[in-house]
Design a protein around this ligand. Sequence first.
Ligand code: NDP
Length: 495
Amino acid sequence: MTTVSILPAVQAFLARAHGHYIDGRTVVSEGPRIAVVNPASGQQVATVADATADEVDAAAASARRAFVGPWAQTTPAARADVLLRLAELLLTHREELAQIETLQSGKLLQISRAFEIESSATFLRHYAGAATRINGQTISPSLPSVNGELYTAFTLRQPLGVVAGIVPWNFSIEIAVWKFASALATGCTCVIKPSEYTPLTMLRIAELASEAGAPAGALNVINGRGQVGSQLISHDDIAKVSFTGSVPTGIKVGVSAMEAKLTRFTLELGGKNSVGFLKDVDADKAVAGILEAGFLHSGQICAAGERFFVHRSRIDEILEKLTHPLTALRIGDPLDEATQFGPLSNKPHFEKISAFFARARSEGDEIIYGGKTLDRPGFFVEPTVVRARDTHAALLNEETFGPIATFLPYDDEDELLALFNGTPYGLSASVWTNDLSKALRLASQIEAGTVWVNMHTLLDPAVPFGGAKQSGIGREFGDAFIADYTELKSVIVRY
Ligand code: NDP
């Protein structure tokens, strides 16, 4: 056992009264509170205030004041500096933030450190770099010239205003960073609404953003249940909603934003992502790929693979090989650095995954490995491998967002392509083969926002990310995000 000790800074943070971060300071109101539960133990670690309508109003108004006030007067380079300083502060407070994240989400400490902190710092630097590259175009209009007049035109990319960033529980820091760093880089300001299950980390990061030089109101955090997100979307001061979460909530968010005042929105939604192994795949690489695609962070990753298609001639061999590393996985306390597989992040999700196990059994799928909850405190389930009875199996069609890899054999590549595309979702997919020509042909035909070849799940800030079909609208990262956080203005001049 190599369980880390909780840092005094983390103990002190948890002991504080938690609420919101509005206008550059912590706000803790009287009224209903939400329990924050450690998924590894089922025990409460803190509580957080559920925002009132007045607090939502105060957060949006503060962000609006910052948008038209101090943040509007900052140069792109000064905005970049704030983001760069924040990246450094994240790394300085790496262990503190990683421990808070693990305590509230059950994420393995190594994943909190690597993805929530180190990767977030990388993303912050990427967005800092973009701040000084937000440019328009010059255009030569072909308008009539009667008396020798000339024309020129140019476009401006102007910040939209206050962005409401609504964030799910699976990556409470990294997904929030994608939103507020996009907003701050483009000159927008932001109100983040974390998930009620993981409300703590953003409170600390907002404090660090102030320390990094973000003026009061540039980054606010408002905590509470879904209703708080809903109020925020409809608020008059909100110019754009950047939502990451499930498809049903995303549809509600889009409708509310449209009804509010045609508020702009981007939706990063769920998926039912496919992983296809061609006949020539190396079995050991396939097994490593299944672990990477299906079981990282217990499958609680929007881009995780859930549908695994293997050529019929190879499926038995690959499923047999998969059993060994799954049996060897160390399941346990996410604060123990030797643990390889932790709990699910919250009780409703644990209940949802348990129900999927029961459904697989009752609907006649074959459970090859796992398929049970663990009899210990917290929200632990086994990593699970299922062979679907046919394409209609619920586990091949409904997003589980959990550690369940569902397999189906196929006979030829036309059938494989039909399987890849036989879902209303289109977030991600991966193709595994030594035949790059086949891989690239499939990549161009697969209906998904991201297709990986011989890899899965890893995201890079330079590469745009987002969903095709029902997995979303809009793109994050790269330079693609700039269009979604700015309004394009055309200026035409006669001279
Ligand atoms: P939800 O859709 O349930 O919630 C997402 C966020 O929306 C939470 O902050 C939630 O608050 C809030 N919310 C809930 N109801 C409303 C509403 N009516 N109006 C405004 N906001 C609301 O998703 P989960 O948190 O369960 O996250 C898991 C889902 O997120 C999965 O489907 C996953 O695929 C998807 N996801 C997509 C990603 C992508 O980039 N495409 C990345 C990561 C996850 P509260 O929690 O308090 O209810």
